[in-house]
Design a protein. Structure first.
Length: 248
């Protein structure tokens, strides 16, 4: 089984090398690694180029934002299963992709998987800030504001071809719309992997405190778009997040 991992980036000189190394150090051998860069100007491209012989596909050009870049990667992907590794993040350990692949092999009817992740401080100490334990999947959890941690989600490529790419109408929270579409609207078969998959650094597009209000507003529009009780669900979603900050 071939697993495609997609990294999109723009001016991530400080973190991109750790991200790349965490992909290349995976013990699973059949990985297609795609990097989509938004024409960085801070030295990011030079770091990527130093690993060019180990990267399956690489594009550096202007784009319309993160989700446009992700869509470019999805359209290039040839793996049986596809997932994301953001340019501020790393795999939790070198066995993460092996665990993902094993779950798809164990149950061929599985259309997507997800696992656990942690958020750490954006400094050398990497202090634990937030613990995201996915837990077993249920539609009721989705209706109540829960969604799996986006970078832990891996989907069959055939399912993505069937249900579509990221919606560019949403600039910050299109991942929420994407997951709701797949899990709530189309109700694909999702399996939970009881293991940590990613380590995320605070300060990315979706974790930046300055963007919190914009994310909240987009979340409201997305839940309303999908016919859910938007205000109540978004309130529950934020309550879930707060508990994860308070309880490590």
């Amino acid at each position: 089984m071939r697993i495609t991992v997609i990294t999109v980036c723009y001016n991530r000189k400080a973190t991109i090398e750790k991200t790349i190394k965490s992909v290349l150090e995976q013990k699973y051998s059949n990985i297609e690694y795609i990097i989509i860069d938004g024409n960085s100007t801070d030295g990011t491209k030079e770091i990527i180029e130093s690993y060019r012989d180990k990267i399956s596909k690489y594009i550096s050009e202007p784009d319309k934002g993160m989700y446009d870049a992700i869509n470019k990667g999805l359209q290039l992907a040839t793996g049986d299963v596809v997932g994301l590794m953001h340019s501020d993040d790393e795999f939790y350990n070198e066995n993460a992709i092996s665990k993902i692949a094993a779950r798809f092999v164990y149950d061929p009817k599985t259309e997507g998987v997800y696992g656990d992740g942690i958020y750490v401080s954006n400094d050398s100490e990497e202090r634990l800030i937030r613990n995201r334990i996915g837990g077993a999947f249920s539609l009721q959890k989705v209706k109540s504001g829960w969604l799996p941690l986006h970078p832990t989600v891996y989907l069959k490529k055939s399912i993505i071809e069937k249900h579509g790419l990221y919606n560019l109408d949403f600039k910050i929270a299109s991942d929420t719309e994407f997951l709701l579409r797949y899990l709530y609207k189309y109700r694909i078969k999702m399996d939970y992997i009881n293991a940590y998959i990613v380590k995320m650094r605070m300060g990315g597009l979706s974790t930046n405190a300055k963007r919190a209000f914009e994310v909240l507003h987009e979340d409201y529009k997305i839940y309303k778009y999908h016919g859910l009780a938007a205000f109540a669900v978004v309130f529950l979603k934020k309550s879930i997040a707060l508990r994860q900050y308070l309880v490590h």
